[in-house]
Design a protein around this ligand. Sequence first.
Ligand code: APR
Length: 175
Amino acid sequence: MNRVVVLKGDITTLAVDAIVNAANAALCGGGGVDGAIHDAAGPDLLVECRTLGGCKPGYAKITAGYRLPAKYVIHAVGPVWDGGHNNEDELLASCYRESLRLARQHDVRSIAFPAISCGAYRFPLPRAAKIAVETIHDELTSFETLERVVLVAFDDTIERAFRRALQALTRPAAR
Ligand code: APR
């Protein structure tokens, strides 16, 4: 897990091979990180997104990064939190897995994730952070060429949640 780092900041500024977008099923832009990515990438991103036919929750699709420093944008559609009764945990884990699957297909060496579903989609943050780090950890074992995974926190609360989840994974509490 020493390939995974937490960084506080704006994902659109990162010079990594791919950034992940917390998109909606229509893939037509929106608010939050989705809006920030479309603003920074420029209008050609939306033009490409419109050719993709949308995307189901738990899945992801890839586009170019256009004016972003990142070469690719991987648009992952997270679940809307519904009390935990609608397979939200598995759908969120699937977003991370599918994003990494696309990253591998495109020979991505560095990737940055936001806290998918933790804004407008209201997924509880500590629970989402745990799913994110555990899923990434599992996938990294068979993805040797991926050098760097950046968990991007937009504020202090998210940063704390990612750091705690990482610590719990690397240093499980003694029984
Ligand atoms: N960089 C990094 N993280 C960001 C940025 C940014 N520039 N802007 C927002 N975030 C963080 C938020 O603080 C939140 O923790 O991204 C996380 C995800 O929040 P949302 O962007 O609201 O995404 P989500 O909860 O998955 O909801 C998706 O919101 O506008 C839309 O089109 C999008 O309908 C979709 C929905």
